[in-house]
Design a protein around this ligand. Sequence first.
Ligand SMILES: [Mg+2]
Length: 335
Amino acid sequence: MNARFWYTFFSQSRRGFLNPNSVLNKLRNIPSKLPSHGNHCNIMQGPGTTGEAMYYPRSEYKSTRHYQGQVKAVIFDWAGTVVDCGVLAPALTFCELFKNEGVCITEEEARGPMGAHKRVHIKKILENASVQQRWIKVHGKAATEEDIDRMYKKFSPTVLSCLHKYSNIIDGVVDTVKELRRAHGIKIGSTTGFPKEILQTLLRTSESQGYVPEANVAADEVPEARPCPYMVWTCAMRLGVHPIEAIIKVDDTVDGIREGLSAGCWTIGVAKTSNYVGLTEQQLDDLSQLELKQKLAHAYDILIDSGAHYVIDTVVELPLVIKDINRRLAGGEKP
Ligand SMILES: [Mg+2]
């Protein structure tokens, strides 16, 4: 079928010169007008397809385009991934916010939804059946949106009051990032469940310790934060990096891994410094081998179950994983 035929056919259809029956009749008549070989397509009426036009491709096989270059960017989470080993600042802040409302929560309850936008995090803690019961006992009814707004307003001032104690860059991060840039030409970005105000403070303290990502996105800069992909996509645009298969998201929480997966990039979970181990570097050093093994196994299970492509102990192991991802990309794999 030549281009002129299609032009005439569709332009007449759009103008209403042809009614639906005459369109079908025209399609049914096409095969007899076509030579049997060398066409771009054949339109046939097969068994059981009365009145339907079926499109047969030129070949049984279709070639697809895939990225086979190397990793171009790594987008890191903050707490538990590059700073604040054990994610103490947000965990203690949530405990404090609930204590101020007369409802004590455990650190485990506070850590459950870690990674989410902090207002969503408060809401999710309140959805925990046990917390909800305690809340109703104190307040006489379930928490309302106004209660959540009131607590969220206090989140930033509360976390800022303790952030100076918990914003140390995790051991090995600065050197690893240097190596990623130098040896692999990789760009560094960041996303976070924190609002922009906290991110700005983190950027100032991390700069003084030698860690400066080229692009950063906070949870309140996008319509929906984790596990939605918008922060990763925004960060990719700010970095000027594409395709998405050339980007790795590194995170210590389930929502952070899901954020990377929904964005379409490679995902790496970090276990040892994570929210699911919940210990500072000093506390980790003080653990026995057996205790460390048990805590690591727990964190690995959670992060593997979240769908992460890889799980590693700390960011220091990244270069090895990047080498493997480059190998997989060259072989035609997608995340
Ligand atoms: Mg984190």
